[in-house]
Design a protein around this ligand. Structure first.
Ligand SMILES: *Cc1c(COP(=O)(O)O)cnc(C)c1O
Length: 430
């Protein structure tokens, strides 16, 4: 690896050199970063950027100025915002503009998509998922099965993990039997950061006549996708993690154009063709785009930050973001190996670039207390029970020097056994 060719690659000066060569370095100035804080939790809640803040003020001003006419007036008419933000998101997922809409939340969109695409018939009645996915996705799938009168214990098949961290694609494919009607998987596992091979899984599902969708919460904004080219049936995501849309910002979904014109499983007046919506008819004419999977009035104030934030992604380019993200995590892993050697950390994320997302995951039996010691010193990590530490250096606002500082601090915490001062108990939000 390039990083190791310099004989002083583990020095702080080397980190500073990497920052000087970083083509995305200037984006950091666009974010609000608290003094003396190193924020490595952008995969849980991204930071506020100045463009996002400005966009919120802009939308508030349009309300102030236009009242109800804000739906169709001003720079960003609210009536079209879900679609225009969808268009801005499309390059991040590799889709046509009409295949993406900004609406709902991860869990709501999953409900909508399962209600639309899970059509059990004959002996094909089961949903295939995995045992490592985020609980909300699993709860949604269980309740959707119950809605259709099926027992989730029998009809939700969760592919097992042999190591508790990763999934084996071959094993997933071997579970794609003729009893499976629908598959829902994460693109990147939220704990270990493993990237699943979406293209391969989609091909395997389709060759067996099964529809497949992906949860992109941990990949959107950090990894490029080619959903349209891979013919993925549907996908959904949140926008408050890598996309920096702010707490509770509106989510997104993608539906492949093959399905345009269908009625959504959960309909509402915003599922309408926009030209016909105000005809107020009692027969829905669904939009001929992914817009048909909206339900009710968009949460305009919670979409506003995305106007600023998604424009930054367009400027930076997702390929460039991925390149820097991999460089940051390569560097972080190298430093963990060299400087934390002997302190019983286990690197628990996959190592190859193809199978590693935007964060690294290290395990330690004292992870809870180590995270508390990090926080006390101004580093924001992410603890994942029972023994995991997620560290996410984010391409748009973190630096190589911060990576160096975090590992240096971890070494001090271990050397001085600083973690012993804390209670071995997780916080309510961890
Ligand atoms: C963050 C996350 C969620 C959160 O769902 P919300 O509906 O936004 O609360 C769901 N699934 C995964 C995989 C996530 O990473």
């Amino acid at each position: 690896m390039e990083i190791k060719q310099d004989e002083n690659w583990w020095s702080r000066d080397y980190a500073k050199q990497l920052d000087q060569q970083d083509p995305l370095a200037d984006f950091r100035n666009e974010f609000y970063i608290e003094k003396d804080i190193i924020y490595f939790d952008g995969n849980s809640l991204g930071l506020l950027s100045k463009p996002a803040e400005k966009a919120v003020h802009h939308v508030l001003d349009s309300w102030k100025q236009f009242g109800i006419n804000g739906w169709t007036s001003g720079e960003n008419p609210w009536y079209y915002l879900a679609e225009s933000l969808g268009e801005l998101s499309a390059p991040l997922v590799g889709a046509e503009p009409e295949e993406v809409v900004v609406t709902g939340s991860t869990t709501i969109n999953l409900h909508q998509l399962v209600a639309s695409f899970y059509q059990p018939s004959g002996s094909r009645t089961k949903i295939l998922a995995d045992e490592l996915n985020f609980p909300s996705d699993i709860y949604a799938l269980q309740s959707q099965l119950e809605q259709k009168g099926y027992d989730p214990d029998k009809h939700l098949i969760q592919v097992k993990s042999t190591d508790g961290r990763t999934l084996d694609e071959q094993q997933i494919i071997s579970e794609m039997t003729d009893e499976i009607a629908l598959i829902v998987l994460p693109s990147v596992l939220y704990r270990s950061g493993q990237v699943l091979d979406i293209k391969r899984l989609t091909e395997a599902a389709h060759s067996r006549g099964i529809l497949i969708g992906f949860d992109l919460c941990h990949s959107i904004g950090v990894i490029p996708h080619q959903l349209d080219e891979w013919e993925v049936d549907f996908a959904f995501w949140c926008t408050y993690k890598h996309l920096n849309g702010g707490p509770g910002s509106v989510g997104g979904l993608y539906v492949n154009r093959r399905f345009f014109g269908r009625n959504p499983g959960l309909a509402g007046w915003f599922s309408s063709d926009k030209e016909k919506q105000f005809d107020m008819e009692h027969n829905l004419s669904p939009a001929a785009t992914a817009g048909a999977f909206q339900i009710g009035t968009p949460h305009v104030l919670s979409m506003a930050p995305l106007i600023g934030s998604l424009n930054m992604f367009a400027e930076a380019g997702i390929e460039q973001i991925r390149t820097k993200s991999l460089k940051l995590t390569d560097y972080l892993l190298s430093l963990v190996r060299r400087r934390l050697h002997g302190y019983h950390f286990t690197i628990a994320n996959p190592l190859s670039h193809d199978s590693r997302g935007g964060h690294i995951f290290i395990e330690h039996e004292e992870a809870v207390r180590i995270c508390k010691a990090l926080k006390e010193a101004g580093v924001i990590p992410d603890f994942r029970a029972p023994n995991g530490i997620r560290l996410a250096p984010v391409a748009l606002y973190n630096t190589f020097e911060e990576v160096w500082q975090v590992v240096d601090l971890l070494r001090t915490i271990m050397e001085e056994e600083r973690f012993l001062r804390f209670e071995k108990k997780r916080e309510v939000i961890a």
